[in-house]
Design a protein around this ligand. Structure first.
Ligand SMILES: [Fe+2]
Length: 274
């Protein structure tokens, strides 16, 4: 297991994504008990890096978006000694999620202040569609939140990837009006980056002055560069975001390598809506 905490002296955000929790507890997705895999990955992250200032969950929290799934997740989050920010993905039901999880009542935009950093969550999911889209009124609301943010830096969290991942089957499910979002964030000097899930693999690229960071799932992984749906045998993973007082972002993805034998899935034919 890797040792030692991430760099000290800045705000530390732990991102876990694409949990795909199912009903009942213990149910599997492509051979993985997603709830056990999430809990083991979270425990690994806390042992490896210590407690974060904020836990960020970037969508597809539930594969079966039932009240029971979100209530079980809520019970797990409430036992943690740090706050959580949850945003929905394409497999979630934002209304059910907002009723049972820590998020604002509208379930659309949530935010959290970490010193000079404002972390802003956006709902990019559309009902019954795997691709993402952010409505114009939500973009305007985001613009206002960034403008009115207390501190000088803003980090945007959403589910869908705003630039191509290199996997054509995944990129047909990307954020379809990504340029609108990127332009809103770029229009403010506060905008520093976007962090997301959905692709079940790592991404770290730049768009102008913005850092765009995608993160592995806590359950199944997708093979990078695949033309069609294909699983990757890599272990589950997560991302540390170290938000520095000077406005820089240090970030790294960690794979929960010691868990590999416990939660290794049996690769199967099939398709997934990510
Ligand atoms: Fe997913």
């Amino acid at each position: 297991m890797p040792s030692g905490p991430p760099k000290y002296g800045a705000y530390r955000v732990l991102q876990l994504t694409d949990l795909h929790l199912r009903d009942p507890s213990g149910s599997t997705l492509l051979g993985v008990d997603t709830e056990a895999s999430f809990l083991q990955t979270l425990e690994y992250a806390l042992q490896e890096g210590g407690p974060p200032d904020l836990l960020l969950l970037t969508g597809d929290l539930a594969e079966d978006p039932s009240p029971q799934c979100y209530q079980r997740l809520q019970a797990q989050l409430q036992r943690l000694p740090f706050p959580s920010l949850c945003i929905p993905g394409n497999h979630d039901d934002p209304k059910v999620m907002a009723q049972h999880l820590l998020s604002d009542e509208k379930g659309i935009v949530t935010q959290y202040q970490l010193g000079p950093w404002t972390l802003i969550g956006i709902n990019s999911a559309r009902p019954n569609l795997p691709s993402g889209f952010i409505r114009q009124d939500e973009l305007e609301r985001l613009r206002q939140i960034i403008d009115q943010a207390q501190g000088p830096y803003a980090l945007i969290a959403l589910h869908h990837h705003p630039v191509e991942s290199g996997s054509p089957w995944m990129d047909r499910m990307r954020l379809m009006n990504a340029e609108d979002l990127l332009n809103v964030v770029l229009a403010s000097p506060k905008g520093r980056g976007l962090v997301f899930g959905h692709i079940h693999q790592e991404m770290d690229v730049s768009w102008g002055s913005l850092r765009l960071l995608g993160t592995p799932s806590t359950c199944v992984q997708f093979a990078p560069g695949a033309d069609a749906f294909r699983l990757d045998q890599k272990p589950t993973g997560y991302r540390w975001l170290i938000l520095k007082n000077e406005g820089d972002i240090d970030s790294r993805v960690v794979r929960a390598i010691d868990l590999d034998d416990q939660i290794r899935f049996s690769e199967r034919e099939g398709s997934a809506g990510s």
